[in-house]
Design a protein around this ligand. Sequence first.
Ligand code: GAR
Length: 186
Amino acid sequence: MHRLAVFASGSGTNFEAIAQACADGRLDAGVVLMVCDNPDAAVVGRAARFGIPSFVFSPKSYASKADYEREIIAKMDALGVELVCLAGYMRIVSDVLLEAYGGRIINIHPSLLPAFRGAHAVEQAVAYGVKVYGITIHYVDAVLDGGKIIAQRAFEYDGNDPEEVHRIGQKIEHQLYIETIAKLIQ
Ligand code: GAR
């Protein structure tokens, strides 16, 4: 069984899809740690329902990003984490985490990178009027949403409702993340 950590900041539907795939045996893996930078996020309750240990912190209570990342690294080292999956973790990862886990951190992003980097990719794509949307999974490096692409999946949408794009995209995200993790841990 491979040991995963999942980082999230919000709802955590991707976290839940990964945790459920592990629980069902669709992934030969277990989520050994959920990391969240927002104590009010819904993902905290999801982790508790799965009985998955979590590290939930408030960045404001640390002097620096390096300080909380060192704490995360210590926990991941102790648990033998092999792959770190960012799933709606809305913080830029610093050199501290990259030096410790670089090459083993992946992220899911709701656009066809390199188009529409950053926090509001779907809203930007809708405002731009694109007709082909998509999801990207990539390695995380020092460039925001800039690491080597591992997988992409596109879908067509001809409308102007970002919520609808999110709904369509999230179903694809859940499948694509599980398929991609399965390939990486093989
Ligand atoms: C996902 O749609 C993910 O692609 C996006 O946050 C959402 C989290 O949803 N990530 C980014 O925008 C990263 N730049 P979830 O909490 O339901 O998994």
